[in-house]
Ligand binder design. Sequence first.
Ligand code: ADP
Ligand code: MG
Length: 554
Amino acid sequence: IKTPETKSFEADVARLLHMMVHSVYSDRDVFLRELISNAADACEKLRYEALAQPELAGEAFQPRITLHADKDAKRLVVEDNGIGMTREDMTEALGTIARSGTRAFMERVEAAKAGESAQLVGQFGVGFYSAFMVADRVEVFTRKAGGNEAWHWASDGKGSYEIGEAQPGDAPERGTRVVLHLMDDATSYAERWTLERLVKEQSGHVPVPISLVEKPGEEAKEIADGTALWTKSKSDVKPEEYADFYRGVSGQYDEPALTVHYRAEGRHEYSTLAFVPGSPPFDLFDQDRHGRMKLYVRRVFITDEAELLPRYLRFVRGIVDSADLPLNLSREMIQESPLLGAIRKGVTNRVLGDLGKLAENDPAAYAKVWGNFGTVLKEGIYEDFERREQLLKLARFRTTRSGEDLRSLADYIADMKEGQKAIFFMTGDSRSRLEASPQLEGFSARDVEVLLLTEPIDSFWVLNAPEFEGKPFKSVTQSGADLADIARDNKAADASAETTPEVEAFLAFIKNTLGDAVADVRASDRLTESAVCLVAPENGPDRQFERLLSAAGR
Ligand code: ADP
Ligand code: MG
């Protein structure tokens, strides 16, 4: 064995390492995800190479990642039986920065404030070099598939590294062993429960089984089995497995109300496994309205801040696993990638589509979903112009005719009266107050159904949803809510709104008396028992909306 060579890191690596060693990152945990993902990549690469050259992997290749912990020695080893590296591979891979994402990351960190940079590391990791967040010395022993020589790389992360031949017994027969000499404040990374927790949280769905040797000499125990549930076909997954996965991904302990599982092929390849929870998540009405869908790339967890669904679907929990995105996604890429844009669109359409199917096939189950999330879905009616019609189709309402059931707009339209041209609604604080309103008299006399809208958000979406299937929405408190063309059911109560000279004179008298307090005074069809009611101008906000605005001091 020749004396090892000492080499300097490329300037960028030195800068990055300096950041790793000298910054206090709150999210040091991610180093393990990075090393495990490298180990899994190495296994996947070997699997791929062995397609052409089976002798590289040997017969019955069983990819495996093994963690060896040794708390007394303050040491953690991450080992794989994957492709391994040659000396040149190592110099290139562990002495330079090959990843453009890492370079972009560094630029971001250097431009960012202290608090923000810590988050950046947590979200994206910085690959192999993140090992120096927890270790003051890192060694790599490796042997390339199909090669005989074993190599050793070592560094304390301070500007240079050593590279040379490895003692034959120190390297795996094939693959790579990364040895972390843990800092004094990082020895918990050599404890079983920490490692198990991190593997479950970050790498439980890596496509290679992961074992843990808790103490030197002990047997390896499998802590992740290497199958990602979403890669299985639907027919191979039991409801209980879905429910378990749902609980893991949502942190809720109920049953999912809807499971959306599919694989998109074609231009973009990705899998989705998403759930509509059985009960509302605690953060449903948080101001920031963040979603919690997790983004994976080839089964490696990337981030849960990619906002894979629109805000009005923020209650949906689950994962998207892309086959086409690069592993190291910068924040900019996440915001701007057209590929992610296409995925967002696909997943959104699918979730809404499956909600629609549930509504059709199991109205009772859907009514529950609507009860939990309807308020949030309504945000989409004014936020997602493209899918407004689809969202209106999903919406359910209490109406003057619904009793304790819910009515859809399709139900409403099917029961419209002859001559009725609009979908009538009334907004207010409570159903009972709405039902007692004189505004409804003319509508009930004609048996015209009215949507009873009692949530603050209702006043917003009705303003922005001019119509559904060609029928405009009209507030019963707006003067344009015209009933003249609809025949009354109750002929006896009929009283014409035609303006005779006497009526004209009376209207003029009232106008005069009230002066500027009102914009207009008109004869109306809308009343049968009450003598007068207030209405809002046809093109202005309706009465309830005016009240909301004045309550908000506007
Ligand atoms: P990335 O994984 O995005 O390429 P990393 O910094 O995590 O970036 O790793 C840099 C490179 O080091 C990898 O691309 C790979 O070539 C090499 N490498 C790291 N770990 C291993 C390993 N366990 N087996 C083989 N090669 C590895
Ligand atoms: Mg990596």
